[in-house]
Design a protein around this ligand. Sequence first.
Ligand code: C2E
Ligand code: MG
Ligand code: MG
Ligand code: MG
Length: 292
Amino acid sequence: TGGARTVPHRQRQPGDPAGSPQHDISLEAAMFQAVREGEFLLYYQPIVSSRTRRIEGFETLMRWKHPTLGMVPPVRFIPIAETNGLINMLGAWALKSALVQLRQFEEVARRDLYISVNISPRQFRNDRFLSVLDDALAFSGTPGDKLVLEITEGTLMVDPAHAESILGKMAERRARIAIDDFGTGYSSLAYLKRFPISVLKIDRAFIKDLPESSKDAAICNAVLDIAKHLNLSVVAEGVETEEQLDYVETRGCDYVQGYLTGKPMSAHVALAALKEDLYTELLPIDPRAGTP
Ligand code: C2E
Ligand code: MG
Ligand code: MG
Ligand code: MG
């Protein structure tokens, strides 16, 4: 109805232009058009082994390239899509495309990689989510164990009993679960015991002031310690400096993801990055060998 349209769709974010609710309504209308026009695309950010600095996987990050507004950041459009339900369709598209894209990444890299995909709370709760997941796995032919689904603590806490059953079904498909923005939600650590979780992603908020901030250092150390004892992998998000990389690597953090080791990039650029990695690996063996 027309009335529903006047409801503000999300909390204002810092940096929003004045008159944000009005702006969001036009943004929402533009989103439906954007779906028809195919203005959404996917970027991929390398997830790198902190020790070897080799790309082990990519996180899939959605982008909206609006013809006049330019790149609309996900913090602006994901909350709207979450409110109006478009996220189910966009999320299904992202999942399927990312799983297909992974196959090309692996072909070029000639080794195993994994792909991480963000799942919003509404997608996770959607009755059709498991069939969307199965479709995407079947269509792409990608094995489930190469998929990591990123969810937040909040997603688990809305309905823990339902979450437990969904996560069990994901485990049957061998997809792994990562807790995104770990430490920023308001949940208890008990869920680490209850749910089959494989990866913790330390939020950038705890990384950005390392190594100077002793509080952030303490938090990172505590997370790494818990992860070690629960046998979970850890990804440090938002690593921008060598000092930050050194700090987390020295303390046993397995993976880093940040501007230092690679910004979110188009699939085309990601393929070039993978080729480069292959080439530098071949160089020490025979410098005269032709390009692969
Ligand atoms: P997220 O899942 O925590 O993704 C990480 C965000 O940190 C990305 O922002 C990435 O570009 C940014 N980032 C990575 N390294 C650095 C760094 O070194 N410095 C700084 N300053 N930032 C860094 P992005 O792409 O703007 O996405 C923001 C959020 O939007 C994501 O946070 C995720 O919650 C959501 N999002 C993005 N794509 C999707 C999607 O396909 N589906 C869903 N449901 N949510 C998505
Ligand atoms: Mg994420
Ligand atoms: Mg995150
Ligand atoms: Mg984050």
